[in-house]
Design a protein around this ligand. Structure first.
Ligand SMILES: C[S@@+](CC[C@H](N)C(=O)[O-])C[C@H]1O[C@@H](n2cnc3c(N)ncnc32)[C@H](O)[C@@H]1O
Length: 255
């Protein structure tokens, strides 16, 4: 189990659950549909503040049953998480494919496992290092593929001096922009790089008006930005409707 803050269940999982629910009619139009979790975790989370246990993103996607995903592809680097996923998803049979390893080096296999219908990819790393834009570029060649990306702005702020060092390649790899440092303005490094990331997504055809960012906050500080990207206007409209209110019922974010 991974211990997370309340925000993970309330915000990240809340938006994911709402988006999966709201896209059920769109999924029904296709004979097949897929959910891919590039950084899947063990399938369960424990909320630190309350000690309660909730489904992680893989089980949350599998639990949706009004327009179920015909294929759920999960990848994690840690053997212990892969073992937990195998155990926890066994009852879903061959709808589930679990890969052990670095999702960046296994992306071509992941693409081959996707059904030809509507696909949703969750990109949810702990920090910036495992986020490789090249992986998203390869995935973006699949037709009808939406992305929800956890872009770790707090990592960028915390490790700014490390990332700004010209020998460090983590940010360039995440954004797909080798000259990202030259493009930085005087503003906040995290927001400027997140905006370069959104521009890179636009270069892949993710030009929708809602390819923008929701700040996920805890106690007044920002943890990360949740970025949604779809090439289809319907995806944008649905994301707008699910973010009109936050998962806890508060008024959501104006784009
Ligand atoms: C934030 S957790 C995932 C949480 C999960 N998406 C959820 O919401 O329940 C990130 C996971 O990425 C895994 N990970 C780290 N680097 C990875 C890589 N290169 N490829 C695949 N998994 C990786 C870690 O083992 C960890 O379980």
């Amino acid at each position: 189990m991974q211990c997370v803050g309340e925000w993970a269940e309330n915000d990240k999982h809340g938006y994911l659950r709402a988006y999966i629910e709201a896209t059920r009619e769109a999924r029904r139009k296709f004979s097949e549909s897929g959910f891919v979790d590039l950084f899947a975790g063990p399938g369960r989370v424990c909320v630190r503040e309350r000690g309660e246990i909730f489904d992680g993103s893989p089980l949350l996607a599998l639990a949706h049953d009004s327009a179920p995903f015909s294929r759920v592809v999960l990848c994690d680097l840690a053997q212990v998480n892969v073992d937990a996923l195998r155990h926890r998803t066994a009852r879903y049979g061959d709808r589930v494919e679990i890969l052990h390893g670095d999702s960046n080096s296994r992306v071509h296999e992941l693409v081959r496992l996707l059904p030809p219908g509507l696909n949703l990819v969750l990109v949810d790393p702990f920090g910036l290092a495992p986020l490789h834009f090249e992986t998203l570029r390869i995935l973006s060649q699949v037709e009808h593929l939406d992305l929800i990306v956890n872009f770790p702005t707090s990592d960028l702020r915390r490790n700014k001096d490390h990332y700004i060092d010209p020998t460090n390649e983590v940010v360039a790899r995440a954004l797909g922009v080798p000259g990202w440092r030259e493009r930085l303005g005087p503003g906040d490094i995290a927001l400027e790089t997140a905006s370069q990331f959104v521009d890179s997504l636009a270069g892949l055809g993710y030009t929708g008006t809602q390819n923008r960012m929701i700040p996920i906050m805890r106690a007044g500080s920002e943890l990360y930005r949740l970025i949604f990207a779809s090439k289809h206007p319907l995806g944008d409209r649905i994301w707008t409707s699910v973010t009109r209110h936050t998962p806890s019922g508060q008024l959501g974010f104006k784009y």
